[in-house]
Design a protein around this ligand. Structure first.
Ligand code: HPA
Length: 251
């Protein structure tokens, strides 16, 4: 079976610089419009799909992303494997300081009110997908190997707590999340992962730490510090993705 890799770019990755764009697809879905046209192109000679999760320019907040349309449209364009890039705050700051690359292996979902399933409306039968292990092990392995090839260290395994946003958390919320076992915190990991599973797509997250979570440093969180970390860290993300694409098609 032919396989195709798609990248969902998060905050800081709305434009895939190394992608030679061949076409931009405006996919109409039963769930509405995608965040942006899906770019189809080549990276190092390989076919890649790219979608800017927050739109291009960046304008759709995490709680208003049309996750269902995005995932459905990627599958319509024959994506089989999806690498999601997520900018996150760090709760386990010693192991995962600012600028660390992280490959989460678990999720705790704190979001609410998002449309989070394809299984609603006029159904023939009730369906439940298994999400014990929300990320694809093979895709996680590929990303770990890609980081190795790119000469970047990466933390392999973390619990990603997904909050509703768009506000950042209170310090007490972060203490609670830490008690729950969360290592990193972001706003876009869900329902994306669950929808990928409903569509039987392989899905993994490549997370970049852009700030210590609320209460985890001596100061409040500023957009400036986040932007500085994004600017610096996205080159690492791009390098890992370039290697991942090569390994995906060559192996
Ligand atoms: N909290 C939630 N989402 C985030 C953060 C954070 O501290 N940093 C980047 N995305």
């Amino acid at each position: 079976m032919t396989k195709t890799i798609a990248i969902i770019g998060g905050t800081g990755l709305t434009e895939p610089k190394q992608l030679q764009v061949i076409s931009a697809h405006d996919v109409q879905t039963p769930y509405g419009s995608t965040s942006a046209p899906i770019l189809e192109g080549e990276m190092a000679g390989y076919r890649v799909l790219f979608l800017a999760r927050h739109g291009h320019p960046h304008r759709i907040p995490p709680h208003q992303v049309n996750y269902r349309a995005n995932m459905w449209a990627l599958q319509k364009l024959y994506a089989t494997d999806i690498v999601s890039v997520n900018a996150v705050g760090s709760i386990a700051i010693d192991a995962m300081p600012t600028r660390a690359l992280v490959l989460p292996d678990q999720i705790i979902d704190y979001t609410w009110g998002r449309i989070h399933t394809y299984y609603q409306g006029d159904l023939e039968a009730v369906k439940h997908v298994d999400l014990s292990f929300p990320y694809s092990e093979s895709l996680r392995d590929l990303l770990a190997q890609a980081a190795h090839h790119a000469g970047k260290s990466i933390v392999n395994g973390a619990v990603y707590g997904v909050t509703q946003g768009p506000r950042l958390e209170t310090a007490a919320e972060i203490v609670r999340m830490e008690r729950d076992g969360c290592d990193i915190v972001g706003m876009t990991g869900m329902p994306e992962a669950a929808l990928a599973r409903e569509l039987q797509l392989n899905y993994a997250s490549l997370a970049l730490v852009v700030n210590p979570a609320a209460g985890k440093s001596n100061s409040v969180i500023t957009l400036k510090e986040i932007q500085t970390a994004l600017d610096a860290g996205m080159t690492d993300v791009r390098d890992v993705i370039a290697q991942a694409i090569r390994l995906f098609y060559e192996d």
